[in-house]
Ligand binder design. Structure first.
Ligand code: ADP
Ligand code: MG
Length: 636
């Protein structure tokens, strides 16, 4: 359980009518009598598990609409869903006599026996969502069944039932979420962030149900729409929801193994992301965050994805309902398989097969060739070793003290030959440059990461990314400080705008935080319902990968708490600049020329706090001649 829901749990006890329950002092164990909790409090406790933010309400209401056989679901939101969530469907409706029951805890039309629970095929079955929602918000249900002459509306708070008008189907209105539990409300993020999460919830449903049409409105504006497709058009829905970019960077997967049917698309390693926000797993049409399944998929990428890179995928698992238990998590986000091992194995194999179809079917690769692995990655060219022509030793240096020793040819790594010991022992004048430059003269780059330089003290080893990150960070801070409009970063329009596939959260954040982004020198705007475009970049970041930069900044902004842009700029501005610096800094495995290396060293010398990177790690180390001597057991 996350911090928010834990807090919701404890905070739910505060507004209880019973004074003893709400008492602040810690009761002495054993002194208080056991009592049954009031129904309202039970629901609020349950709500803490199921309803943690507007998106959870959206998920539950859309689940209900789909269970009712809807072909069209419309979601209307205000204030990111905190002020209002209205979900309309054209499903079977609820008979007026049943309306009060719909709001009762543990009242459901979906399962009637243990036997049915074990074969449940509907999204809902716990009879909990509406009751929980009604305990933390103002809820009204308007519904009409096909045989009724008109609709009925039930106001949850008052229990008032009145005639209403609408076509067959149901409308559920949820107003002022958490109005009675202010502590919980405080955990909500900005409207834009909540809207993003709500959109994400609908997006998951849209992926699972191409046969249903979905529309999402926010404050009167249509923010997402997917038309109902015929059953066979799942691929089209996938492209509409996840974008052509994902389709191009992914491979289809289709497999049938025993009781298991698998379908979907898996992103190629190049489409991997820094976060696992593009991992869509469905079990029998239900979106899940299942460890076992996620592990199975990740392990199929084992030797292709390094470190913390997260693969992108949309995978649909179909399995006989009796072979999977969906009743193991209050929000139904996890499942348990009868035979977890078999499922793990099958999924892993299917993903491996989809990623490397050439093994089974030569030529299948042609339509969508993968990129060659980058330098430094398995199968890629070895990391750059950049010998310096200036430093190329003329006569190979031999240790004088062991003339007979056969030495291998000098390694390709060109370390500056140093003067014989007696020469520098007599305080030979070092080259003019090196004396003037504390970090010395660049001689090589190794491991794709380190720049080697020589100064009078010996060898200087620089972590080029860390060092550059600090330089860029300080540059950004200076630019912001000098900015015309109190702290805005100068920006540079792009000749060719850069567009990229974006999640609903990213889209919503880009819109809501537009002015903050502009102040950061980034003009990022929605291009379509699944694409963002960068039209200008911070002038101080000429080399950044703009899609990555924009994503990182949007993630930073989205995680900022309610209170929004202005507070972010004041308080977390340095964090954002650091994120930007990281993306503006030279990446590992980029080959630098000697001139570039020297320029980096000179910039380091001119930059404040250049000795540590933004995360506090050192950017360079000196290896003294003495230490080098010690390495070679060379006495003085
Ligand atoms: P569950 O979905 O687990 O049954 P809920 O609290 O979500 O529990 O809903 C309770 C009941 O209300 C459902 O079982 C269903 O009979 C009825 N219901 C809720 N929403 C709808 C809807 N949109 N259309 C038809 N019936 C609905
Ligand atoms: Mg339900």
């Amino acid at each position: 359980m996350d911090a928010a829901s834990t807090a919701g749990l404890s905070e739910a006890t505060t507004p209880a009518p019973d004074a003893a329950v709400g008492r602040a002092s810690v009761p002495v164990p054993g002194l208080r009598r056991i009592r049954e909790l009031p129904d309202e409090l039970i629901s609020q406790i349950a709500a803490g598990e199921v309803i943690d933010r507007p998106a959870a309400v959206v998920r539950e209401l859309v689940d209900n609409a789909l269970d009712a056989g809807a072909t069209q679901v419309t979601v209307r939101l205000a204030g990111g869903g905190v002020r209002a969530i209205v979900v309309e469907d054209d499903g079977c409706g609820i008979a007026p006599d049943d309306l009060p029951l719909a709001l009762k805890r543990h009242a459901t039309s979906k399962v009637a026996s243990l036997d049915e629970l074990e074969r449940v095929a509907t999204m809902g079955f716990r009879g909990e969502a509406l009751a929980a929602t009604a305990s933390v918000a103002d809820v009204a249900i308007t519904s009409r069944t096909a045989d009724a002459s008109h609709a009925w509306r039930l106001q949850a708070r008052t229990g008032e039932l009145s005639p209403a008008a609408r076509a067959t189907g149901t409308t559920v209105e949820v107003l002022e979420l958490f109005f009675s539990t202010p502590a919980r409300r405080k955990f909500l993020k900005t409207d834009a962030t909540e809207l993003g999460h709500a959109l994400e919830a609908v997006r998951r449903h849209a992926l699972a149900r191409p046969d249903v049409g979905f529309a999402v409105w926010h404050e009167g504006r249509l923010v997402a729409q997917w038309r109902a497709l015929s059953a066979g058009q799942g691929d089209l829905r996938l492209r509409e929801v996840l974008g052509a970019e994902f389709e191009a960077a992914s491979r289809p997967l289709q497999a049938r193994l025993g009781p298991l049917a698998l379908a979907g698309r898996v992103g190629q390693p190049e489409a991997a992301r820094t976060r696992g926000d593009w991992q869509y797993l469905f079990v029998n049409g239900r979106f899940v965050r299942d460890r076992l399944l996620a592990h199975a998929v990740r392990s199929a990428y084992e030797d292709q994805l390094h470190g913390s890179r997260q693969p992108a995928y949309a995978l649909f698992v179909q399995i006989a309902p009796e072979l999977v238990d969906v009743n193991v998590h209050p929000a139904k986000a996890e499942v348990r398989f009868r035979d977890g091992r078999a499922v793990h194995q099958a999924l892993r194999r299917a993903v491996e097969e989809a990623l490397a179809p050439t093994r089974a079917a030569p030529g299948a690769d042609d339509d969508n060739p993968g990129l060659p692995p980058a330098a430094g990655q398995p199968g890629g060219p070895s990391p750059a070793i950049e010998p310096s022509p200036a430093a190329a030793p003329s006569p190979a240096w031999r240790p004088a003290w062991q003339p007979g020793l056969q030495l291998p040819e000098p390694a390709p790594l060109a370390v500056q030959e140093r003067a014989p010991q007696w020469a520098w022992a007599e305080k030979a004048t070092p080259p003019v440059d090196a004396a003037a430059w504390p970090l010395g003269r660049a001689i090589a780059q190794i491991g794709g990461v380190y720049v080697l330089a020589e100064n009078p003290q010996g060898l200087v080893v620089v972590d080029m990314h860390a060092a550059h990150e600090r330089i860029v960070y300080e540059r950004l801070k200076r630019a912001a400080a000098a900015g015309a409009d109190d702290g805005a970063l100068p920006s540079q329009p792009l000749l060719i705008p850069v567009s990229f596939a974006a999640t609903p959260l990213e889209l919503a954040t880009a819109e809501a935080e537009q002015s903050t982004l502009l102040r950061l020198g980034l003009d990022v705007a929605p291009l379509s319902s699944a694409t963002l475009v960068v039209r200008s970049r911070p002038a101080a970041l000429p080399d950044a990968d703009l899609a990555e930069l924009a994503r990182a900044v949007l993630a930073e902004l989205a995680s900022a708490e309610a209170g929004g842009a202005s507070r972010v700029v004041q308080r977390a501005r340095d964090d954002i600049l650091a994120t930007m610096a990281c993306h503006g800094a030279v990446r590992a495995n980029r080959r630098l020329t000697l001139d570039e290396m020297n320029a980096l060293l000179r910039e380091m010398e001119a930059t404040e706090r250049a000795d540590t990177c933004n995360h506090g790690r050192p950017t360079w180390r000196q290896v003294s001649l003495k230490e080098l001597d010690a390495l070679f057991l060379r006495g003085r």
